[in-house]
Design a protein around this ligand. Sequence first.
Ligand code: ADP
Ligand code: MG
Length: 342
Amino acid sequence: MGFFDFLTEEIAIDLGTANTLIIHNDKVVVDSPSIVAIDRTNNKIIAVGQEANQMQGKTHENIKTIRPLKDGVIADFNASEQMISMFIRNIPSLKKRFFTPSLRMVICIPSGITEVEMRAVRESAERVNGKEVYLIHEPMAAAIGIGIDIMQPKGNMIIDIGGGTTEIAVIALSGIVCDKSVKIAGDVFTNDIIYYMRTQHNLFIGERTAERVKISIGSAAEELENPPDDMSVQGRDLLTGKPKEIMISYREIHKALDKSIIRIEDSVMETLAQTPPELAADIYNTGVYLAGGGSMLRGLDKRLSQKTELPIFIAEDPLRAVVRGTGTVLKNIERYKSVLIK
Ligand SMILES: Nc1ncnc2c1ncn2[C@@H]1O[C@H](COP(=O)(O)OP(=O)(O)O)[C@@H](O)[C@H]1O
Ligand SMILES: [Mg+2]
């Protein structure tokens, strides 16, 4: 412990493709969409997070909104750096400090990002006063957040269904034994709904509307035990050009999503098939854990359970499992040294 350590603050960041979360002093202080709004005329960022999210789909030619991490890769380095730095600078408990403290941070990144992108994230973090910056892979953070003892010689399977990617991983002895990152997750589900409405109902709907439909009545199963009520959906009639509303049931959304769910099922089966037998035996006994916002899709757990013939457990508060795990690592850096990315 150095003399100036009282000037150091610690933060844990889940840099998600859809949502960025930050823990500071054991509290979630940022929980915002990973979106930035940019003024095209001067390339300045005008909003991040919730505020930028509200502009989505409603911009004019001088404003654009981008999701810098959309497909699990960094689409725009500059925008992602500015987003990270604005989120950090807006943490209320740090904002009122007289001068910016130096930061010790653990950042969880999507598994699909490249070495170059990792370095970019690290450098961005250093530029916002990151004195010690550690990176960790998403499935590892999710496992720790779920409460799994990842250091044991025991296999555990985690499936994290986020916005841009689904990460499937088998973890044992503090390492990722086999994993798969597929670009079928929440965003694809949302697009499936847009496509379905257009082709089946001649209704053109926006992304935010489609996401609302997904969250309200989305289903991975044809039959649900507690079915949600039908929902009214508004958009533009593609034939007449007029605004229009129709009623939609969860069964239709199941049809819209089915192809994508099958692709997730296939990836899970492939990962299981690559799992060494001793670890497969462990997974047979303990089951599979789900995290990420996409895991809340109705009937998905049951469907995966039928496909794999394994028990499936959804993490408590699945949207926050990763940041919880990242926070745990931050508090026990020495203990978790081996899971940090070198
Ligand atoms: N109840 C829900 N049902 C289905 N999908 C959901 C639900 N809640 C959130 N989502 C979806 O989860 C995704 C975001 O999950 P998250 O774990 O935050 O992603 P990431 O880690 O990639 O940022 C979004 O696509 C969102 O639409
Ligand atoms: Mg995530």
